[in-house]
Design a protein around this ligand. Sequence first.
Ligand code: RP5
Length: 164
Amino acid sequence: MPDSNAPLVAVIMGSKSDWETMRHTDLVLTQFGVPHESKIMSAHRTPALTAEYVAEAEARGIEVIIAAAGGAAHLAGVAAAHTVLPVLGVPMESQALKGMDSLLSTVQMPAGIPVGTLAIGKPGATNAALLAVAILANHRPDLRKKLRDFREEQARKVEQETLP
Ligand code: RP5
């Protein structure tokens, strides 16, 4: 019998310093009850570990990989090179260039190996989780319902907002 707690989403990030942003991915996945795991690995500092982890992800039941990195951000691209699972990239807001470097490094993949790139920083971290939920929801009606409820609740909050 399949293990219902086995992770469906792998969240990987280049450094512990990315966690302050990527905890928002973790938060949303937890909110939707999506089993996931978060790990630190780097395309530059731990290239062999990254390749091995990503190559084995599909066999472990992972369906989506979310990869976050900053600066010369190659983690998402390298991950995508080692798997046919969908890879969502989250560019971290770097100090020197405010994440512009991370964004371009992640989004500008040559044709053939796609990375679905989200916005820089917290909005991207949040949306990566929501997009992962949407992908999983294609074949999980319970998750699709949760996603619809989330959207409705979000709309309700905006509709109830007032200005001074
Ligand atoms: C990248 O370098 C990480 O993803 C992080 O965003 C950035 C800086 O890493 P640290 O120097 O804070 O470890 O690999």
